[in-house]
Design a protein. Structure first.
Length: 455
């Protein structure tokens, strides 16, 4: 029944034409590591700084969604400052849940060794707070030590692997914060990875591929998979399969071939959620983005019958919604399907909120189910140290029916929040996308926006 309803509303013109990638527009995001937990899909990302000319990365971020199109920004609960031993390069990472705790494996430049190191943070919820679990790196002192990926096998054994241009592999103890035994190097054979590592390629020999970095270790049914960035620069995504978690690996081919994504790196993560399979990756497709200004995107796919991966191409369309949101509950303003112009900030008291709202900016929130009884008012929490501004809410498209106009006043400060109401111009029932269009003094910052609700 749910599927039928979804397919009915997805045939509306507004839904069919919606471009959903990249999934975050308020920051550059990289190296996605998805984790389905309960009713939500979480994505742990790196964060490229604005106007960067290298991977000068300082923190990691978390986003989540229940419907795969509206993503809530949970801010940055982990940064270089969380690790006393780290002083740069907050690169790729992955989070996994075990026994109610969340373990976030990261890599960063180590002050102790002067090279790269693998660390682990722990938290009691998927969005933190997180703290360094052991106060030191798990493995330190090698420039190869980047891009950790972690997997918990059905028998309770956890495995960690990482590396560029070689793959290092170890067992984790049950505590998830110590290594069981030795760190091994996986043999980088042509059989396993399509060719040796790039520096060991022989002139004149044609290889199928070469592992580079960004491993993603996973198990599905009885098969183990290692997906990775491959081929050199620019990178495509390829994969290998094995019958045991430590191999021997068999090179299986490309998953995401090279295309014009605007980013010379690629980095993937894969997860199933609510009966769907998703492939996350990054591109340089946000405005002013590129190789050091990357953005996470997602595609839905189906495994081939034999368990192998299909070829997955990057799209700007992205994925279809797999659920709806209730607009009569409080919705955080930083939950959005797409935005233009706005940014986010966070503080201890408010958490994450939408900032930098200017005339002409917009936010789209999708698949809102108003049910059969129309609300009468729209309420929002806003703050402004200047003159404030207006928020028009249009139904299903930017120039769709004007549902209401909310006036955000001067409130005495950018974090002095005031709850403001607007009466609806007309009734609304059923499932709709809403377009929040911001209007006000040209060039001025208008107001900040924390949450909203229909009543
Ligand atoms: O984001 C920094 C580095 O770029 C990652 O560690 C690599 O996987 C590549 O995506």
């Amino acid at each position: 029944m749910k599927r039928t309803l979804l397919s009915i509303f997805m045939t509306t013109a507004a839904a069919a034409s919606f471009a959903q990638n990249p999934i975050v527009q308020t920051n550059y995001t990289t190296d996605p590591a998805p984790m389905a937990d309960g009713d939500r899909m979480y994505v742990y990302t790196g964060h490229d700084e604005d106007n960067a000319n290298f991977f000068w990365m300082n923190d990691w971020r978390v986003y989540s969604s229940a419907d795969m199109v509206n993503w809530t920004d949970h801010g940055s609960p982990l940064s270089l400052a969380s690790f006393s031993w780290a002083d740069g390069r907050a690169w790729a990472a992955q989070t996994i849940k075990r026994n109610g705790k969340y373990y976030w494996y990261v890599c960063a430049h180590s002050k102790l060794s002067g090279a790269m190191a693998i660390g682990v943070a722990v938290g009691d919820s998927p969005t933190g707070p997180f703290k360094d679990a052991i106060g030191k790196p798990l493995a330190d002192g090698n420039w190869d030590y980047i891009d950790p990926t972690v997997m918990l096998d059905d028998d309770g054994q956890a495995y960690l692997c990482w590396g560029n241009p070689r793959i290092y592999f170890c067992k984790l103890n049950k505590d998830m914060v110590s290594i069981d035994g030795q760190v091994e190097k996986i043999p980088m054979t042509a059989e396993g990875f399509g060719g040796p590592v790039l520096s060991e390629r022989q002139k004149g020999v044609k290889y199928k591929d070469s592992y580079v970095e960004g491993p993603w270790l996973m198990k599905r049914n009885k098969n183990y998979y290692l997906l990775y960035a491959a081929g050199g620069v620019p990178e495509h995504i390829a994969y290998s399969m094995a019958k045991k978690p430590f191999g021997p690996w068999k090179y299986m081919g490309e998953v995401m071939p090279l295309s014009n994504t605007g980013s010379f790196t690629n980095h993937c993560g894969v997860a199933d959620f609510k009966g769907h399979s998703y492939f996350f990756y990054h591109t340089g497709k946000l405005p002013k983005g590129g190789g050091f200004g990357r953005s996470v995107a997602v595609e839905e796919f189906k495994y081939n019958k034999d368990g192998s991966f299909p070829i997955i191409q990057p799209t700007s369309a992205g994925v279809e919604p797999i659920g709806t949101m209730n607009p009569k509950n409080r919705v955080e303003a930083e939950t959005m399907a797409f935005s233009k112009g706005v940014r986010v900030e966070q503080n201890e008291e408010t958490g994450v909120y939408v900032s930098d709202i200017h005339n002409g900016d917009s936010i789209v929130v999708r698949v809102l189910d108003f049910g059969t009884t129309s609300p009468k008012t729209f309420t929002a929490s806003v703050a402004s140290a200047l003159q404030g501004g207006k928020m028009e809410i249009h139904v299903d498209k930017p120039d769709g029916k004007l549902l209401c106009t909310l006036t955000a006043p001067y409130t005495g400060g950018w974090e002095k929040w005031q709850t403001v109401d607007a009466n609806l111009n007309e009734e609304i029932t059923g499932v709709h996308d809403l377009y929040f269009l911001f209007k006000g003094n040209q060039g001025a910052k208008l107001f900040n926006f924390d949450w909203w609700q229909f009543k």
